[in-house]
Design a protein around this ligand. Structure first.
Ligand code: NAD
Ligand code: IPM
Ligand code: MN
Length: 353
């Protein structure tokens, strides 16, 4: 098949892990006889430095025309002045919004070979297979803001339609998995959470009565994720709660460097990125784990390009490396970013041969 893929390396470790995704996609194209047209565009701090803005219109246009978009990470201390009105993160938020990517899928599947890399006891990790569906284009991130020297406001606002469309995606996913859906909110305090709860309960009663459905308050969920993570299947929640809970969930898998994500809207075009950031503390040292980026590329092959076999092959190659201890330092290994990427590519070609 032919596909146009936009690569947005971004900042910090972004370009290092993106180089590995690019090589893996080249290898997969060769193995499967596909033509992937990969074009790089600037975003985040790199775009501020080059063009004075975090999301150049040329980058947005290229993404609109693409079949899929892969992103490394944005941000870093260089652009972190609190008084600055232009920030790298605006590039990422602007792109999610411009492409209407309201559903962010963040799977968490701890691998038995890495149980020791997690601070959680191995018996708690047995059978953990979570899919967090994070609302991505609403809530506190996108509400009206007020920023004065001595006062500030971030408005949290959600409409019925915004809630229904993302809960529907989560409920459909639950049907293809273990049939459990958990809504996480703070309905004992927040008006927006009470709306989430009403709308979700209505929708589940009307259209998804076959699912096992429960509601958990977000503070309690932060605890349950560590004390009984195997009890959950699909978790759906608002933008900020989903952001925080998935960094916590990364520790079930052993490292931030392992969690991929897919951001989807109403069309097949998606944005695929690791959940971690630009990791300025290890940037430029060859220490970054490229696996979250590679697993994000696998989600792209499956969900935007419909290449299930290729997606499964890439995932299997990553997990085989993990089983064999061919991992970077964050997982207790000794491989550099590029050696870990090369180990995955060797398996890609070996399995395909
Ligand atoms: P971070 O995710 O970048 O790093 C947190 C910790 O995890 C660090 O110790 C880092 O070294 C480690 N880590 C992250 N990814 C890793 C990988 N692939 N391999 C090995 N270790 C890894 O979070 P932070 O330090 O809070 O944020 C740094 C910058 O990244 C900030 O500017 C933030 O805004 C930005 N950020 C961007 C994204 C994104 O682009 N999607 C996501 C989160 C944070
Ligand atoms: C993420 C990141 C972003 C978010 C930041 C960089 C804007 O933390 O993708 O999880 O908060 O959504
Ligand atoms: Mn985050």
């Amino acid at each position: 098949m032919q596909a146009n893929i936009v690569l947005l390396p971004g900042d910090g470790i972004g370009p290092e892990i993106m180089a590995q995704a690019e090589s893996a996609l080249d290898a997969i194209a060769a193995v499967g006889g596909h033509q992937f047209r990969l074009v790089r565009r600037p975003i985040g701090g790199a775009a501020i430095d080059a063009l004075g803005q975090p999301l150049p219109s040329e980058t947005v246009n290229a993404c609109h025309q693409a079949d899929a978009v892969l992103l490394g990470a944005v941000g870093g201390p260089r652009w972190d002045r609190p008084d600055s009105r232009i920030r790298p993160e605006q590039g990422l938020l602007g792109l999610r919004s411009a492409l209407n990517l309201f559903a962010n899928l963040r799977p968490v599947t701890p691998h038995p070979a890495l149980f020791a890399a997690s601070p959680i006891k191995p018996e708690k990790l047995q059978g953990v297979d979570l899919m967090v569906v994070r609302e991505l284009t609403g809530g506190l991130y996108f509400g009206r803001k007020l920023e004065l020297p001595d006062q500030a406001e971030d408005v949290c606002s959600y409409s019925r339609g915004e809630i229904e469309r993302v809960v529907r995606k989560a409920a459909e996913l639950a049907r293809t998995r273990r049939g459990k859906l958990t809504l996480v909110d703070k309905a004992n305090v927040l008006a927006t959470s009470r709306l989430w709860r009403r709308v979700t309960e209505d929708l589940v009663r009307r259209e998804y009565a076959d699912l096992e459905f429960e509601v958990v308050l977000v503070d309690a969920m932060a605890m349950h994720l560590l004390s009984r993570p195997a009890d959950f299947d699909v978790i759906v929640t608002e933008n900020l709660f989903g952001d925080i809970l998935t960094d916590e969930a990364a520790m079930l898998a052993g490292s931030m460097g392992l969690l991929p994500s897919a951001s989807l809207g109403e069309t097949r075009r998606g944005l695929y990125e690791p959940i971690h950031g630009s990791a300025p503390d290890i940037a430029g040292k060859g220490l970054a784990n490229p696996f979250a980026m590679l697993l994000s590329a696998a989600m792209m092959l499956r969900l935007s390009l419909g290449l299930e076999d290729e997606a499964a092959l890439l995932e299997r190659s990553v997990w085989d490396c993990v089983s064999a201890g061919q991992v970077t330092r964050d997982l207790g290994g000794t491989l550099s970013t590029s050696d870990a990427g090369a180990a995955v590519r060797r398996r890609l070609s070996r399995v395909a041969a």
